[in-house]
Design a protein around this ligand. Structure first.
Ligand code: INI
Length: 164
């Protein structure tokens, strides 16, 4: 029979983070937005059964600094997943492209290098309004979505490695 690694519970599709340890890295730049993402992520983790005591939150100056922190946290071996939260909002210069691009590339690389799920919960938007829409306290929230992704990927890797 073939093996089919479905996301979450076979019937409901729900993911279960019970017993998982998760680290969050938040950029302080645009912290009006990143605090909203953090609230969404904490709520998402709680909904899926992750205990508050099993969550570590680390702040860094901006999105550019996120990959170094995600990699360092991943390398401790203490976490099942790491979530990166940031807000890069386009200004008048090319700075946006460097910060957003390098942040995304660095986060991807830190996951591949450490073989741990590192979730890209970094908003890259044209303006503040778009960032607000994607960080709603009750509604669309990239932080909450990232929490689910972290649990799903941690569970998937666990099952692939166990071979069940
Ligand atoms: N950092 C962000 O997280 N978001 C931004 O929109 C941003 N902009 O626009 O400049 C930003 N810049 C700071 C950057 O992440 C570093 O902290 C800084 O360059 C020092 O390395």
């Amino acid at each position: 029979m073939s093996t089919n690694f479905k996301a979450g519970h076979a019937l409901t599709g729900e993911v279960d983070g019970t017993g998982m340890r998760v680290a969050l890295v938040c950029g302080r730049f645009n912290d009006l937005i990143t605090n909203r993402l953090l609230d969404g992520a904490m709520a998402g983790l709680a909904i899926h059964g992750v205990r508050e005591d099993d969550v570590t939150v680390v702040w860094v100056p901006g999105a550019f600094e996120i990959p170094l922190a995600t990699k360092e946290l991943a390398m401790t071996g203490r976490y099942d997943a790491v979530i990166a939260l940031g807000a890069v909002i386009r200004g008048d210069t090319a700075h946006f492209d460097y910060v957003a691009g390098q942040c995304a590339e660095g986060i991807l690389r830190s996951g591949l290098d450490t073989r741990l799920p590192i979730v890209f919960g970094v908003l890259t938007t044209e303006n503040l309004e778009q960032a607000l829409v994607r960080s709603e306290p009750e509604g669309d929230n990239k932080g909450e979505e990232s929490a689910r992704t972290a649990i799903e990927m941690a569970d998937l890797l666990r099952r692939i490695r166990r071979g069940d």
